[in-house]
Design a binder for this molecule. Structure first.
Ligand code: COA
Length: 321
């Protein structure tokens, strides 16, 4: 088998909660519209913490939970589209902050599919035989709101900030499979323009998110449903054998559409979009961490992680807990 074992999970979201009613004070929207069209009620937003601050908090929790010292890590991967700098990477900032002396560190940018690509990369390192990669930390961390255009009601309602992660080791017995894809398309972009951020005194020279909402919506429902079916065929399994699907949390109606297309009950999908909005590469590890912490996931459960987003990128992983 070429599986992985999850040795620890953790997540962190900034304390500031932004409600739909607050947003409707500065753009023409309403709690009713946002809830009905997206499933989002609140999201956590950073009022100064950067992406690495969130990632470092998760990394420290992960080491505590796994009872590992930082130098016992063999690799640190951070999936993010919103790194503090182009360089140093968030993973290098984490490496220094936790004292993981000389441990290699790499960022993965696949937008909202970032955690899937990061997890897949970790699995390849862990299966690389005698090269000594036995323990890998994978974090998804984003402060998307530093790129939000707070005058655009079509996008500023969607995104929140957060981070989540896992520590993985190789497992000979756990089932594992994956199917990843990309199709270059600018339906979701982050442009380089200066924007004001009403939640921070700092003026940041970053950019804003532009989303072709309807195109992305259609792409997500179709691609994710097909991708999950493709993964099941690849694994020679049926969805009846899968306990949970943990989808990227972008819009509740997208998840409804995927369930409908796959003809499976919505209750198989874990959802927390109501509280967090779309946290991009952080959404799947935050969900995974919540599910462990709430005792939902049990040893032996088979779980699908399904991501999609900018790039365009999409992909799914079948995992045995
Ligand atoms: N409040 C009120 N009205 C809004 C609004 C808001 N926050 N945002 C858009 N509208 C309006 C539009 O202006 C439009 O008005 P019009 O008919 O007068 O032109 C109307 O609502 C319908 O817009 P539309 O874009 O068709 O809405 P929608 O049902 O597709 O919902 C999104 C818009 C963005 C919520 C939805 O398309 C979506 O979630 N797409 C995926 C985006 C995403 O998640 N991207 C990241 C993926 S990783």
């Amino acid at each position: 088998m070429n599986g992985v074992e999850i040795r620890a999970v953790a997540h962190y979201v900034p304390p500031r909660v932004l409600t739909n009613d607050e947003i409707s004070r500065w753009v023409d929207t309403s709690d009713e519209w946002i809830t009905e069209r997206t499933g989002i009620s609140t999201r956590h937003i950073s009022d100064g913490e950067n992406t690495s601050d969130l990632a470092v908090k998760v990394a420290k929790q992960l080491l505590d939970a796994a009872k590992l010292s930082p130098t016992e890590l063999d690799l640190i991967l951070v999936a993010t589209t919103t790194g503090d700098y182009n360089s140093p990477t968030v993973s290098c900032i984490v490496q220094e902050a936790i004292g993981a002396t000389n441990v290699p560190a790499l960022d993965v940018n696949a937008a909202c599919t970032g955690f899937i690509y990061g997890f897949s990369t970790a699995q390849k390192f862990l299966q690389s035989g005698g090269n000594g990669y036995k323990t890998v930390m994978v974090i998804g961390a984003e402060v998307l709101t530093k790129y939000s255009d707070w005058t655009d009601r079509g996008t500023c309602i969607l995104f929140g900030d957060g981070a989540g992660g896992v520590i993985l080791s190789a497992s000979e017995k756990n089932t594992y499979g994956e199917k990843l894809h990309a199709r270059g398309d600018k339906a979701i972009t982050v442009n380089h323009q200066e924007v004001e951020n009403p939640f921070s005194n700092k003026k940041r020279s970053l950019g804003h998110i532009a989303v072709d909402g309807q195109e992305v919506f259609k792409f997500a429902v179709k691609s994710v449903a097909e991708n999950i079916a493709e993964l099941m065929a690849h694994m020679n399994m049926s969805l009846d054998e899968v306990d949970y699907i943990i989808p990227h949390q972008a819009n509740k109606r997208i998840i409804d559409g995927i369930a409908k297309k796959l003809k499976i009950d919505l209750s198989k999908f874990y959802m927390n979009i109501e509280r967090f909005g779309n946290t991009s590469a952080a959404s799947i590890p935050i969900a995974l961490s919540e599910m462990f912490k709430n005792g939902i996931l049990k040893k032996g459960n088979k779980v699908i992680l399904a991501g999609f987003g900018g790039g365009l990128t999409w992909g799914s992983i079948l995992l045995e807990i």
